[in-house]
Design a protein around this ligand. Structure first.
Ligand SMILES: Cc1cc2nc3c(=O)[nH]c(=O)nc-3n(C[C@H](O)[C@H](O)[C@H](O)COP(=O)(O)OP(=O)(O)OC[C@H]3O[C@@H](n4cnc5c(N)ncnc54)[C@H](O)[C@@H]3O)c2cc1C
Length: 447
């Protein structure tokens, strides 16, 4: 057993500053997988770390709501080396704690002829990135891998190195590791402002008082643009809602992560099947005044993915933004995020489609539904930058729906940037500068 220094403050109270250490080497904002892994890596290297989250525990936002697929392929070439290292780190982490890691591979099931060119492109992309074990399978070989897939299918794209895990447990694992390494963890503490003096970061102010530090890591998910703006930094992120469901426990049916057009799934070791809307899923977004930031990026993307994007007008948020005379005021960041609206018909439909391929799922009952916010960037690539703002500030955000996988390696990168001011890992493609320089491509899929 181990003891962890942890403070949990009641929501919204400005509690005595003495509850938090007044100084640290590194302050990490956000206790999702990125913040947790950053705190664990920096504390593991001897840094005095304070990890702050506005929620009452870790993994309350995207990291606790992810599907839990850990995949190397199906990514931009620049992400592949990071994803490869991340998978190795996840495997090593599983030797010291249980977060339901299953290295079962990833199957993109093909149910129509039109999907074949897409899967061929994914295989070519994987081979170009050096992932030579990724291949196309015919229906017979697909059924050898998943004998329960007795329904109609035409084949699959198979990637044997991929894995899946229970994301909340995975994040908690890194939080515990951070605590064991001496990080101070504090929940119910909202960071209200980044502090800077003469171009150098000097810490953060929070609802529990300031913490002074030469390095700050912003791992704040969809809320990163608000915090970045307190030092004049523009971070283009559009939050979109994605939904999931989990069934009652079923007998063991498959160990792979299944991803297809119209459904995605993984089966937990306890037998429950987690179902998502799969490749290029439909997502929703509440339009507000903050979308005016970076409208030139979003508009073309929204038009080309109009089939996959459900837009509503978020009148309440717009009124609040008008009242605050700001669309990115820190006052708009809730102390505890409201539950995003779940699209039950969408994921119910995905379960039905999955059950046509794996008929034993026809009687599966949904036991739980949830939704989470994805921090989408205009080009679908993460922002990983230690040089965009005041010296000492690292921003890691905009993981665009596939960042859980990368968590452990992004934690190492955050520690490198915070403690050494540089990293040997390849992150040039993820600089924030690419947006203002207009150096971005349109992603192939919505998520
Ligand atoms: C439904 C869904 C399914 C997904 N499936 C997958 C998947 O299968 N595989 C995959 O790789 N990725 C997946 N993702 C994406 C993945 O979940 C995210 O990329 C990843 O979890 C992002 O981690 P994070 O630490 O950056 O953000 P988060 O987990 O959102 O953490 C940010 C934290 O910052 C805190 N915070 C924000 N502002 C402040 C502040 N001012 N003060 C204090 N605290 C603050 C928040 O409370 C939050 O805890 C999915 C996402 C969703 C929503």
């Amino acid at each position: 057993m181990f003891s962890v220094t942890c403070t949990v403050l009641s929501q919204g109270n400005r509690s005595p500053a003495m509850s938090l250490p007044s100084t640290a080497d590194v302050v990490v904002v956000g206790s999702g997988i990125i913040g947790a892994a950053a705190a664990a890596a920096a504390a593991g290297r001897g840094g005095r770390v304070v990890l702050l989250d506005k929620e009452d525990g870790p993994a309350r936002e995207a990291s606790g709501r992810a599907q839990g697929s850990l995949r190397v392929q199906g990514r931009h070439d620049a992400e592949v080396p990071l994803a490869r290292e991340a998978l190795e780190l996840w495997a090593r982490a599983a030797e010291e704690g249980d977060f339901e890691l299953v290295t079962g591979g990833n199957l993109y099931l093909r149910t129509s002829d039109e999907e074949l060119p897409v899967l061929r492109r994914l295989v070519e992309q994987a081979h170009r990135a050096g992932l030579h074990s990724v291949e196309l399978l015919d229906a017979e070989r697909t059924r050898e891998l998943v004998p329960s897939a007795t329904g109609p299918l035409l084949g699959a794209m198979w990637s044997p190195m991929d894995a899946h895990c229970q994301p909340r447990k995975g994040t908690e694992h890194y939080v515990r590791r951070a605590g064991r390494a001496g990080a101070h963890l504090a929940y119910g503490v909202k960071v209200t402002r980044l502090l800077q003096t003469r171009g150098r970061i000097t810490g953060v102010d929070s609802t529990a008082g300031p913490v002074h530090a030469d390095a700050v890591v912003v791992a704040a998910g969809v809320w990163a643009p608000y915090l970045a703006k307190t030092v004049g930094l523009k971070v283009p992120i559009m939050p979109v809602v994605m939904s999931e469901l989990e069934t009652e426990p079923m007998k063991p049916l498959f160990s792979q992560t299944i991803r297809a057009f119209g459904f995605g799934a993984r089966q937990r070791p306890c037998g429950r099947v987690v179902v998502s809307a799969g490749l290029n899923a439909k997502v929703s977004h509440g339009v507000s005044l903050s979308d005016l930031h970076g409208l030139r990026y979003w508009l073309p993307r929204a038009i080309s993915f109009r089939e996959n994007l459900r837009l509503t007008i978020d009148t309440r948020r717009i009124l609040e933004q008008l009242r605050r005379r700001s669309s990115l005021s820190m006052a708009l960041v809730p102390h505890r995020s409201p539950e995003p609206q779940i699209d039950r018909p969408l994921v119910d439909g995905s379960l039905v489609r999955l059950a046509t391929v794996i008929p034993e799922l026809r009687d599966a009952k949904a036991a739980r539904y949830w939704a989470g916010l994805v921090d989408m960037t205009p080009d679908g690539l993460p922002i990983i930058d230690g040089a965009a703002g005041p010296q000492g500030l690292t921003v890691i955000a905009g993981l665009s729906g596939h960042g859980f996988t990368l968590g452990p390696v992004l934690g190492e990168i955050a520690a490198d940037l915070s403690l050494d001011g540089k990293t040997s890992r390849p992150i040039d493609a993820f600089r924030l500068y690419r947006y203002s320089a207009g150096q971005i491509d349109r992603p192939e899929m919505m998520v």
